[in-house]
Design a protein around this ligand. Structure first.
Ligand code: FE
Length: 237
């Protein structure tokens, strides 16, 4: 199987949320697609291990928020790389409560849909939920949606392990002995999302010039992919 071929399939990036009152959660999804116009229905594929999946089963409702292209690593880190079993993802997040009681993230989003579950299909590791849209809103008419391709190639993000598109690396640390140059020091890897900091490339979007050794990065710098702290990086050797 040529795994590179899978990256030619196009996807967006969304926050799918569900739950009620104090019991609510959400996750970063790349599969959300309109399946019919009449009635308006959207389908999502949700990993059974996701805390949110259980909340969708219980409440029979979910929401989809379309992330904007400039979505921050903080929101992607919070909803994509952490579990709702451990943290309340809605603390510090702007959201609405829908007709069904489901939370709807409006932070860093350009549009949202609230859906009630009308069908579901067990497809092994994931459940496909089909939802009928009962409410929606357009928050930014001119906003560009974040696509998975943009996230992967421009933001250098990787799919979290529960994503349908996650491809298990053949060797998680194949690059571990590759040093850019002796002067710049070793590469470091984010223990949360596997992003690799390469001193030769730096992190220009985060204000770190190419050629900056990891040790010289300010302590308040965060992972450009998931928002983890500098202390969450480990040396690759
Ligand atoms: Fe990270």
């Amino acid at each position: 199987m040529n795994t590179e071929a899978f990256f030619k399939i196009t996807y967006g990036l969304y926050i799918v949320s569900s739950g009620n009152g104090s019991k609510k959660s959400g996750y970063i999804a790349n599969t959300a697609f309109q399946v019919t116009a009449e009635p308006p229905q959207i389908a999502i594929a949700c990993n059974k291990d996701n805390y949110t999946s259980g909340l969708i089963q219980e409440s029979k409702a979910f929401s989809i928020s379309i992330l904007k292209q400039e979505a921050s690593p903080e929101i992607i880190g919070k909803f994509g790389y952490k579990t709702g079993k451990v943290i309340n993802k809605f603390e510090g997040t702007t959201f609405l409560t829908g007709i069904t009681g489901t939370p709807i993230v409006t932070d860093e989003s350009i549009a949202w849909f609230e859906c009630k579950v009308v069908n579901k299909f067990d497809v092994g590791s994931h459940i496909i939920y089909v939802g009928e849209i009962i409410e929606n809103d357009l928050l930014e008419a001119d906003g560009e949606p974040l696509t998975y391709d943009y996230y992967r190639n421009e933001k250098k993000g990787k799919a979290p392990k529960n994503a349908p598109t996650y491809i298990k690396p053949e060797n998680e640390k194949t690059e571990s002995k590759t040093f850019s140059t002796k002067d710049l020091g070793p590469k470091y890897q984010c223990m949360v999302c596997d992003h690799i900091y390469d001193p030769a490339e730096g992190d220009p979007d985060g204000g770190i010039a190419p050629g900056t050794p990891f040790e010289d990065i300010p302590d308040d710098w965060i992972c450009p992919v998931c928002g983890a702290e500098k202390a969450d990086f480990e040396i690759m050797e």
